[in-house]
Design a protein around this ligand. Sequence first.
Ligand code: ZN
Length: 433
Amino acid sequence: MGVIFSARRKTGRFELEAIEMAVRSAMHQAGAAALTNLLQFPIPAADQRSLPCACGHQAHYRELRAKPILTAVGQAHVSRAYYLCPHCHHGQFPADVELDIENTEFSPGVRRMQALVGQEVPFDQGRQQMKLLADLEVTTKSVERTAEAIGEDIATREQAEIQRAKQLDLPMVLGEPMPILYVEIDATGIPVVKKETVGRQGKDGHPARHRDVKLGCVFTQTTWDSEGYAIRNPASTTYVGAIETAEEFGKRIYLEAWKRGWSHAQKKVVLGDGAEWIWNIADLHFPGAIQIVDLYHARQHLWELTRKLYPNEEAEQRRWMMTHQHMLDRGDIENLVHALRAINSSASELAESIRTTADYFETHAQRMRYPEFRRQHLFVGSGVIEAGCKAVIGSRCKQSGMFWTVNRANAILALRCCHINSRFVDYWAARRA
Ligand SMILES: [Zn+2]
């Protein structure tokens, strides 16, 4: 402070930023000194010098041991009793358990910051944010380790919850009945390290360098706009996502829908593209829900076919689309399939494309009654989950130079969804309990 004020006398200038940072730093130092003082535990009283050990024997007090601990106000030190079991040689620090600093040199407050920045941005950017926002020096690696450890813990708790749900041990969800509840499901690839794609088929003959994250969201709708188009309830969207099998993901999205009140929704909708696994999940976990294939994916299938039918003839493509898209939009899928199957083609590759396109529409016919869905003011596009793929997964996991392992990606995704779903506060409280 003396340096700052003498500089002001010399130059006559008042550098507020330099001063506020210096004041914060001084406050931190004072705070860290106070915390260090608080964290000097006494030698245990004579009758408290042994503790039960996990092995069944007794651990005995040996000495006071100190370790550095980075807190929200900077580096402090804790000194606490160390107990050792003579039988199994396992040591323990009961104070560390109480303070939630077992096996870590970061306080709970600092770990929470590391988790927050680590789920939002690449770990090195997280380190920089910690420095600027909190004046805390941490390493990139420590942001990564802490965020991953917390994410793993969240993922483990979710698995336990999913297992309980599987045994139909779900607590009844109470609340106002809601008019319409949606489940949307999609998948998006993220880049992974080589070992995670061994033996996996890539796309278009290239070796696989990505693994699919399955993402699901649940949101509600109560109303529609003056033109009858669905309006999503603001801040009603929650997400779940992981790299896992469709079977595992099915249980995950089912639990999420349940938590959000699936059992007492008046109208239930599942929306997705044409991927078979999505509709298997819908049939298995959400029977009775209205199933809708995203209209824009369906139109895309027609576009792809018309480009093959009339290569480089844009006018012809548009003319063909006009009549065929009209059938699609009208939900007249039977006639569309009929029209597709009536196309003559001698080229076997083209004939195959026509057949698979016709099959696609035939398979999903009931999921494409768009006028009927619109009459009920429902969403017919899966825009919410597609935006989610970008905002929840892409922005964090698909930056250049990133290569994930499945476990690490799943840990960060668990943490990220927990944060985005506004459940981190609850998780943190439950973890302390
Ligand atoms: Zn022991």
